[in-house]
Design a protein around this ligand. Sequence first.
Ligand code: TXA
Ligand code: MG
Length: 340
Amino acid sequence: MQTRVLKVNPKNPSLSQIRQASKIIRSGGTVAFPTETVYGLGANALDSKAVKKIFDAKGRPADNPLIIHISDVADLGILSNNIPKTAFDLMEDFWPGPLTIVLKKSKIVPKITTGGLDTVAIRIPKNKIALELIRYSGTPIAAPSANVAGRPSPTRAQHVIDDLSGKTSMILDGGPTKIGIESTVIDLSRKTPMLLRPGGVTLEQLQKVLGKIAIHPIIHGKKTKTIHRSPGMKYRHYSPRAKIILIEGQKAIVNKKISQLLQSYKKQGLRVGILGTNIKSDMTITQGSQEKIAANLFRSFREFDAEKIDIILARGTSRKGLGLGIMNRLRKASYRKIIV
Ligand code: TXA
Ligand code: MG
């Protein structure tokens, strides 16, 4: 398959480009597009054959459900007949934006889209290209992150080209994504809302609206029997090819530990990358605010790989605010965790 890459103005997408892309969606093909979080690989969410193409292109396990993207709250009613008031409260505060809400699904949503579950995950993205694409396609668009399964999520069109060239009909290049980690996923299909994946909207923000929120144990790295509530969480994720060692603790002690490990791995002849401190190494990427860490996290994983780094020594960050989502991605990507 030949993949067409279109450079699109993110502030003012051209109608002709949006038309070309939506034509592909309407005829059952796939289009990769930017959202405010990461790039997604989209297809008509209500067309089983089209959705199958997403799973094939990504090499995604069939039991890992997709998020459905809509452009208007009015489209919610066709995807779910059971929408609690709390859902409307969240939508009012966070849509369009990086919040995905899980509800009981309606009959119209094919099982392949929801990985066989009787619930459906829905969000309105905050990105003009994405919104116009959905609007012109005239259908909800199912879209997982546009990476090969297991690789870091793409935050630039080039990452999508690297992973999916020849596997999707079109890639809309709208520049780097703003947030850099995926949307927060919250399950409202049960009595007490449950956080299934921390992301762009913080737990603290959600608690202000909802009050009590259960947190899926896997977010804290605990083994659990209720894993099926968040099928995607069980898969190894976000990983660069290099092995990440995550080091947490008081800053000065962490830095000392990183220096020690750096020396010992260098002695073994390995190429070592450092994330989160300015200790000099084969490749060092420092961190700034949490917003900056999130925006650059997946890109730095891919850059370490491009530099053929073998070991990444990463300093952990606080779990407050965006930090919960950042640490969740770091932990899932890492091969070893050290607390000093
Ligand atoms: O920011 C995002 O959410 C991006 C952009 C493209 O919108 N999309 C994204 O999709 O990250 P994906 O497929 O990489 O992650 C979807 C997550 C998975 O962890 C999946 O298990 C969960 O959402 N999910 C989807 N449907 C679900 C459902 N019905 N119940 C529970 N979890 C669900
Ligand atoms: Mg993903």
